[in-house]
Design a protein around this ligand. Sequence first.
Ligand SMILES: C[S@@+](CC[C@H](N)C(=O)[O-])C[C@H]1O[C@@H](n2cnc3c(N)ncnc32)[C@H](O)[C@@H]1O
Length: 235
Amino acid sequence: MRRLRFEEGADVAQDIRDKYAFDGDLLALFSENKGEVVHKWHHYIPIYDRYFSQFRGGKVRFLEIGVNKGGSLQMWRSYFGQDATVFGIDINPDCAKFDGEAGQVRIGSQADPEFLNKVVDEMGGVDVVLDDGSHKMEHVRASLEILFPRLAENGIYMIEDLHTAYFPKYGGGYRSGDNFFRYVRELIDDMHRWYHRKGLRHPDLGGQVSGLHIHDSITVIEKQPVHRPTHSRVG
Ligand SMILES: C[S@@+](CC[C@H](N)C(=O)[O-])C[C@H]1O[C@@H](n2cnc3c(N)ncnc32)[C@H](O)[C@@H]1O
């Protein structure tokens, strides 16, 4: 993906401001970061803020899959504030050294139900999940199927770097059966179960998805109580 890399030394903040008309706090937290490395696509910054800003300053329980160099956990701590519960998980045991810095770090696989359930228990529940882990199709699906049912009402489940859905190396491929957007299609069908007779493909997810948003390489799944739709003629 070298061809899409931003020019070394050029003004990251200006690029984000100019292209996305975004100048929120997260822009400075990212572009002026002097701590551990945080590597993000520029267009993600306003998207994060669009979905996460509602949780700032409160007692949000935030879980990031993928800790790597610990930089993003620092960014999220600064963004959400001191009252937030910030957890990161990673399969790499080296990441344990970041435990207790910006948040808590636990070591295990994003595809391991026992591990994930234990982490969520320890967090006392979860309001926001950001999947920035292996980006492999099977892992993305596994984490979603384990964690979405545990997400609190009004919670947000965000998956990033989903360009990997087009990469065979990650279990994806253009229009392949395992491309994550195929799975998203099934969730869309489940959201519209009132209008067909095929039933729910993913009862633990589809029945509780209140909104699905697709951005370049990011999928956001909202969880709110879903009601049988009804309509009226008034006047
Ligand atoms: C893209 S990096 C995370 C970057 C970090 N969120 C940031 O923005 O600075 C992806 C991380 O996912 C971890 N990872 C890979 N496979 C995993 C798995 N099965 N379970 C949990 N973490 C995994 C890798 O060790 C790596 O540290």
